[in-house]
Design a protein around this ligand. Structure first.
Ligand code: PLP
Ligand code: TYF
Length: 394
């Protein structure tokens, strides 16, 4: 039977990781997969995470099962971080999931259970896993214009034109902050227009937020999610702790479903628990417990916030340095968008063959759609990248 299996399409981002590993050139630069790296190229275990893990080793008395939804204290701490007081918690159901990807997957499954006819509108481009998971679940995908490849900013007019086709049967998927892969984001006025459209159409909004604290700050990056939560009757949120806590491999995420009326919350919660049970029973606990320890201990939280802020400012500094360097070499402002983008990524807007020239001739690895991971740079590699970009005729 297994011989019937067909080869599956590879993930181009993960494929790039393997190519990079095999490249013997000592000058190689990895701007591929979205993992934070410090100036030494290391993805560190954050100080507060180490401290929380030490505490768990000393104080945890059992590793017995927790519950289908995970530890309620984790959901509560994460909802405080994401939503603050933007929404009545009685309307909110939540489950811990294996990473943000687990939350995305189960949000889509919940949509399918609630409405088998639903289509999901996704930005063009979006994180490739959105499209592949929707395809796997057989949910129709509709792309809306998002990125203006000329200005490398949001094509807001195009986006709103395309979203005009949304019906009350549909879901609109939005990135809460730090859009992956483009780095271009809506401002709060534009978010308000999207909210008005959502309320006008009666569709279900869904927010994927995987980079809170990587853009303009922890509070600032949550502002759009909070604005939506306070303005719409129903909302799904898929959150990831992989990046902002640096706990990628612990698989720590949260799926939140906000309903119109508190009296429906128990049924929604039951459906979320049911989905966890069908897929894996109990969600991973270690990462979630580390996050809860950090968010509920003022000293640990302050240290986590300080380290996250250092990371964020480091990435912003690299953006500015790269934009300045490119301005110097090109004699134009056409790369100014790099300093305007937020988060780990910028899509610089060139062709796959130019990206391939960067890899083949300069050992610089970025995703073929010309997405680069800013955190893969340091003060020394920025001028190298800038020169390679100009030499490649980008
Ligand atoms: N959503 C987006 C847009 C992402 O970029 C990521 C990537 O890390 C995720 C969700 C989920 O990540 P993870 O499953 O590692 O928590
Ligand atoms: O976009 C990225 O690089 C991150 C990491 O299948 C990632 O979100 C990449 C591919 C993938 C899962 C995570």
């Amino acid at each position: 039977m297994l011989s019937n299996l067909k080869e599956q399409p590879k993930d181009k981002i993960l494929g790039l990781m393997a190519l990079y590993r095999e490249d013997p050139r000592p000058t190689k630069i990895d701007l591929g997969v979205g993992v934070y790296k410090n100036a030494e190229g290391v993805t560190p275990v954050m100080r507060a995470v180490k401290a929380a893990e030490r505490k768990l080793v000393e104080e945890q008395t059992s590793k017995s099962y927790v519950g289908l939804a995970g530890d309620p204290a984790y959901s509560e701490a994460m909802c405080d971080l994401l939503l603050a007081d933007s929404v009545d918690r009685a309307r909110l159901a939540a489950v811990a999931t294996p990473g943000g990807t687990g939350a995305v997957r189960q949000a889509f499954e919940l949509v399918k259970m609630a409405n088998p006819d639903a289509r999901v509108f996704v930005s063009d481009p979006t994180w490739p896993n959105h499209v592949s998971i929707l395809g796997y679940l057989g949910i129709p995908v509709v792309k809306y214009r998002y990125f203006d490849t000329e200005t490398r900013a949001v094509d807001f007019e195009g986006m709103m034109e395309d979203l005009a086709d949304v019906t009350s049967n549909d879901v609109v998927l939005l990135h809460g902050c730090c859009h992956n892969p483009t780095g271009a984001n809506l401002n709060l006025t534009q978010w308000q227009s999207v909210i008005d459209l959502i309320n006008d159409k009666g569709c279900l909004p869904m927010i994927d937020i995987a980079y809170q604290g990587f853009g303009d700050g922890l509070e600032e990056d949550a502002a759009a999610t909070r604005l939506v939560a306070s303005s719409v009757p129903q909302l799904l949120i898929a959150a990831s702790c992989s990046k902002n806590f640096g706990i990628y491999r612990e698989r720590t995420g949260l799926l939140i479903a906000i309903g119109e009326k508190a009296e429906n919350t128990a049924v929604t919660q039951g459906n979320l628990n049911h989905l966890n049970r069908q897929n894996f029973s109990f969600p991973p606990d270690h990462g979630a417990r580390v996050v809860t320890e950090i968010l509920t201990d003022p000293a640990l939280k302050a240290d986590w916030m300080a380290e996250l802020e250092e990371m964020r400012l480091g990435m912003l500094g690299l953006r500015q340095q790269l934009a300045d360097e490119l301005q110097k070499l090109s004699g134009s402002d056409r790369f100014g968008f790099i300093a305007q983008h937020r988060g780990m990524f910028s899509q610089i807007g060139t062709t796959p063959d130019k990206v391939e020239i960067l890899r083949a001739d300069h050992a610089i690895y970025m995703v073929s759609d010309s997405r680069l991971n800013i955190a893969g740079l340091n003060a020394h590699s920025v001028p190298v990248l800038a020169k390679a970009i100009i030499d490649a005729g980008i």
